[in-house]
Design a protein around this ligand. Structure first.
Ligand SMILES: [Zn+2]
Ligand SMILES: [Zn+2]
Length: 455
């Protein structure tokens, strides 16, 4: 009776469960694989270090150094600071570090954070820039949208000069300490200067960011290049077979056929590159740099990705486009110097009193002629133009100072009426150009006002 009341339970399985092996470091997920803004390996190291609450230098020294070949300095940052850019590249330093990191994180996709897939594709010389570059607007935007802050691989390529999203030039120098950052430093941290630790994000207007530069067509070409290279980076994980040096030789040969009826000399002339160089590329005996290939693709209006993936028959290579684009982009202004025209222009500028005077630099830009060349031909006219510009600048400055003095006076009276003492710091908080207290005249204006107020 008792026995029948007892239920039978399933017996326990006492075999050991297979637990997947643990990784030594966090298995941190890389950002953006398969997109133009995939993370760089050095940026990944910074984030990984941050996740473990140590500096990248410590992470490299304590965890990676034993796994990496020491011949060239290994993972000892003090010995490889100036080469850390190579950690994102296509050579042995990147390869060693990827393998070491994959061992520690048990990931298998960290190679995509470097240019290893472009090994054999582009010469490594000048492929990556030797220092850190960044887009302050990207940082700021990610920060404001509460997105992850990281370092895209795209920013480390030397031929990428502008942000493809914000269309202004990448920055190389910290706005706080005015120093440059190595690609990976002991204290690297995405979004922050590795020297002074300050935040590097800032929304820049295109005009202010591109102030130093750039003719409109130059900027357009740089934006095009950044986008085209981003596209190639985003497709790289899926393109193993297409990305070969043989493909480059083959496609270039087809283009020579298509565009110049097989005449290498003619094709070379059109892209303004020595004939022998093009011949060596077509024969596969030499490789064009990424920059050269980007320029060629730009001239023919074909993306770099299409260069590798599409049949030339499908590309609408228009000879007309070729002829005009090449002239305006690849050739460095080989226009002969038109002395008559330049002289006429300079004289006209000097007699025209209506518009504000231009600097010689602006004039040279207008004429699309080198400033030194103009000086050499017309030194007197140039000096007259510069002098006029300088005196105009001085007048403007004087006027602004006077306006500032008046403002200071009004604010001082205002404060006094409110029963407050118009000190320099109280006034400077209320005027539109507080920094102008560095000018003696502005300080005197305040003293004068206070005297009038019998203070
Ligand atoms: Zn940007
Ligand atoms: Zn700094």
């Amino acid at each position: 009776m008792l026995a029948s009341a007892l239920e039978t339970y399933a017996s326990w399985d006492l075999r050991k469960v297979a637990i997947p092996s643990r990784s030594r470091l966090y298995r941190l997920e890389p950002v953006g694989i398969g997109t133009p803004l995939v993370e760089s390996l050095t940026g990944y190291i910074s984030r990984l270090a941050e996740a473990h609450c140590v500096n990248p230098g410590v992470l490299m020294e304590k965890e990676l150094a034993t796994l990496v070949n020491k011949e060239y300095g290994g993972a000892n940052l003090h010995r490889i600071y100036n080469y850390t850019t190579a950690l994102n590249g296509s050579g042995v330093m990147a390869m060693d570090l990827v393998q070491a990191l994959q061992k520690l994180t048990l990931r298998d996709d960290l190679g995509f954070l470097t240019l290893l897939a472009w090994y054999k594709l582009f010469p490594s010389r000048n492929l990556l820039r030797p220092i850190r570059a960044w887009c302050p607007s990207c940082y700021q935007e990610w920060y404001e949208k509460k997105q992850l802050i990281y370092e895209p691989l795209l920013w480390s390529l030397d031929v990428v000069k502008v942000c493809p999203y914000h269309h202004h030039q990448l920055i190389f120098q910290c706005p706080h300490c005015h120093q440059k950052n190595t690609t990976l430093a002991w204290r690297s941290r995405p979004g922050y200067c590795s020297r002074c630790g300050e935040w590097l994000g800032l929304i820049l207007s295109q005009e202010s960011a591109n102030r130093k530069v750039l003719k409109k067509n130059e900027l357009e070409q740089k934006i095009w290049a950044a986008k085209a290279i981003g596209e190639l980076i985003s497709a790289t994980p899926y393109l193993n077979d297409a990305l070969s040096s043989t493909a480059i030789a083959l496609t270039l040969s087809k283009w020579v056929e298509e565009i110049a009826k097989g005449n290498i000399a003619e094709f070379a002339r059109q892209i303004n590159i020595p004939r022998n160089t093009v011949w060596l590329w077509c024969k596969g005996k030499n490789l064009p740099s990424l920059e050269a290939l980007t320029n060629i693709c730009y001239c023919f209006g074909v993306s770099i990705l299409s260069f590798f993936t599409e049949e030339t028959n499908n590309l609408y290579l228009s000879r007309k486009l070729v002829a005009t684009e090449v002239k305006t982009t690849l050739r460095k202004s080989s226009k002969p110097f038109d002395a008559e025209k330049v002289k006429f222009h300079l004289e006209a500028l000097l007699t025209n009193d209506e518009s504000p005077p231009l600097s010689m630099e602006a004039v040279a830009r207008q004429l699309e002629v080198n400033r030194r060349t103009i000086y050499k031909h017309f030194p007197d006219l140039c000096r007259a133009i510069s002098a006029r510009y300088t005196s105009y600048q001085k007048d403007c400055h004087k006027k602004i100072i006077e306006e500032c003095c008046q403002e200071v006076r009004l604010v001082a009276f205002d404060l006094h009426n409110q029963g407050k003492y118009p000190t320099e710091s109280a006034v400077s908080e209320l005027i539109s150009k507080p920094g102008y207290f560095r000018y003696k005249k502005v300080r005197l204006a305040l003293r004068e006002a206070n005297r009038e107020l019998e203070l």
